[in-house]
Design a protein around this ligand. Structure first.
Ligand code: SAM
Ligand code: SF4
Length: 274
């Protein structure tokens, strides 16, 4: 069967599927405090439809899926969907991006589902009060508990840290310090001006270069060769078990090697987040 290749010759092998538009948090860079206008439940793809779409895409050469949202674990029966998706023999990996607030009780089951390889946990501050300001919910202890459990689990753990001017830039090197004794990847994400409501006035532009300079002010970093399609540029630090990465989400220096297609919770295909 033919493969999915776009007009720029990029072969699509990775699909990112939003299993819901709902979320239990209200991160200031992502959603307004009162939440978004959610789509009526009947317009959301059903799990059966999602399974079918992913099956067709895998027959066209996709071999990895990332499940995201909204918050994937906020959708009822998400764990059963993971089990169902694991039956797709053409899929090599099921990865999940989560805010971690509803995950801790599922970790043992996640470990048993062999196609689940990578969990990206979003955590923008290591301080409960600041975390609550950013997410507008008081769930830091639960998210931190998830972090500790995932770190001890057999799953590969990546932390996603959105760098927010005036909020967490003074914590960048605290996050880097976590990689000393933990085999995790900490990835800093450039904040994208996406919330559309002008809620955040940013004083400084924390671009890829500025984030890297901040890390270099404390650590000697070495570039790590990553997969061509990686969304992050990655670095190692001597005597650190984990690695550090920066995702140029806004300055977009990664588009050339993009191998992704995105599907929204209502089934719209997007070949680019922009
Ligand atoms: N709710 C899950 C979570 O937070 O991990 C999954 C969905 S969330 C949209 C996926 C990732 O996008 C998270 O790491 C989040 O921090 C990041 N994100 C959301 N809005 C962003 C923005 N305006 N700029 C940069 N990253 C953003
Ligand atoms: Fe929810 Fe994730 Fe958006 Fe935060 S970034 S509001 S956790 S969807």
């Amino acid at each position: 069967m033919s493969k999915l290749v776009d007009n720029f010759g990029r072969q699509i092998s990775y699909v990112r599927l939003a299993v819901t538009d709902r979320c239990n948090l209200r991160c200031q860079y992502c959603m307004p405090a009162q939440g978004i206008d959610i789509v009526p439940r009947k317009e959301l793809l059903t799990y059966k439809e999602m399974y079918r779409i992913i099956r067709v895409l895998t027959e066209l050469g996709v071999n990895k899926v990332r499940l995201t949202g909204g918050e994937p674990f906020a959708r009822k029966d998400f764990m059963s969907f993971l089990e169902m998706l694991s039956y797709n023999d053409l899929l090599d990996a099921i990865n999940i991006t989560t805010n971690g607030a509803l995950v801790s009780k599922h970790i043992q089951t996640l470990e048993k589902l062999k196609k689940i390889k990578n969990i990206n946990l979003s955590i923008d501050s290591l301080h409960a009060d600041k975390f609550a300001k950013i997410t507008r919910r008081d769930v830091f202890p639960e998210v931190y508990k998830t972090f500790e459990l995932l770190e001890k689990s057999s799953l590969n753990l990546k932390l996603n840290v959105v760098v927010q001017s005036g909020f967490n830039t003074n914590e960048i090197n605290d996050f880097v310090a976590l990689t000393k004794n933990k085999n995790i990847a900490v990835r800093f994400i450039e904040e994208m001006p996406f919330n559309g409501k002008g809620q955040r006035d940013t004083e400084e532009n924390w671009s890829y270069t500025k984030i890297l300079d901040e890390i270099k002010s404390k650590y000697d970093v070495k570039t790590v060769l990553s997969e061509k399609s990686s969304t992050s540029r990655n670095f190692s630090i001597e005597n650190h078990q984990g690695t550090v990465g920066i995702i140029p989400a806004f300055t977009r220096t990664i588009c050339n090697d993009c191998n992704r297609i995105r599907i929204t919770s209502t089934g719209t295909f997007k070949n680019c987040l922009f």
